[in-house]
Design a binder for this molecule. Structure first.
Ligand SMILES: [Zn+2]
Length: 217
């Protein structure tokens, strides 16, 4: 099968500078997960600055990602406990499936929240869950920004946020978020890439869509 790999520099590269790429899709995985995948898939032990936890930078990366994963796990548990099996969120939160159940990671306060959610009218529960989803996605964006990650993975999170914002009637915020995603795509792809045209079409649809997205009506 013919496959191509498109690489676009997002800044000037001085002559002689080593050019590196990320071998893994960027989902905020911790060192242990990344190293295992690289060993399995590429047969080497990664010693990049992010994977070197002997340095302050490496430790910071690791801590940020562990915090992020804690937020995601808690949210998954909240969703799993308070929604019916057929209900899912729009965001997959990266590599792991949403089906995973994680008992005993909720504090008693959060368990009370789950109990409250169970008896909430559907509409209120959906609003609560949607806000929680927005919190998680915004935390992911903050993590990516802190690490200077500007790949297309980040753009797709912006789009999720834009859809959720639009569904809450935050129309201007949705447009600004979608545009932020598109700007990332432009720096990753250039404007002459077919995937950029797809992204542009999506962002234009966000700008045209009615205030209330069909999903949460
Ligand atoms: Zn590494």
């Amino acid at each position: 099968m013919h496959q191509t790999f498109n690489i676009q520099a997002t800044r000037d590269i001085p002559a002689g500078e080593e050019v590196s790429i990320n071998y893994l899709p960027e989902h905020g995985q911790v060192r242990e997960q990344r190293v295992a995948k690289l060993e399995e898939g590429y047969g080497f032990t990664c010693k990049c600055p992010a994977c070197n936890i002997d340095t302050k930078e490496g430790q910071e990366v690791e801590e940020r990602r562990k915090d992020m994963q804690r937020i995601i796990k808690k949210t998954k548990a909240l969703f799993a406990d308070s929604t019916s099996p057929t209900e899912t969120t729009s965001a997959g939160y990266g590599a792991d499936g949403m089906q995973e159940t994680l008992p005993n990671i909720l504090s008693s306060e959060e368990q009370q929240q789950v109990d409250a959610l169970r008896v909430m009218p559907d509409k209120d529960r959906q609003i609560w869950l949607r806000n929680r989803e927005l919190e998680v996605l915004n935390a992911m964006i903050a993590m990516y920004q802190a690490e200077g990650i500007v790949g297309r993975e980040v753009a797709s999170i912006y789009y999720h946020v834009a859809i959720l914002q639009q569904s809450t009637g935050s129309y201007e915020a949705a447009v600004a978020t979608a545009d932020a995603g598109l700007k990332l795509e432009e720096s990753c792809l250039g404007t002459d890439h077919p995937a950029y045209s797809e992204a542009l079409t999506f962002v234009e649809s966000i700008k045209k869509m009615p205030l209330a997205a069909a999903r949460f009506r």
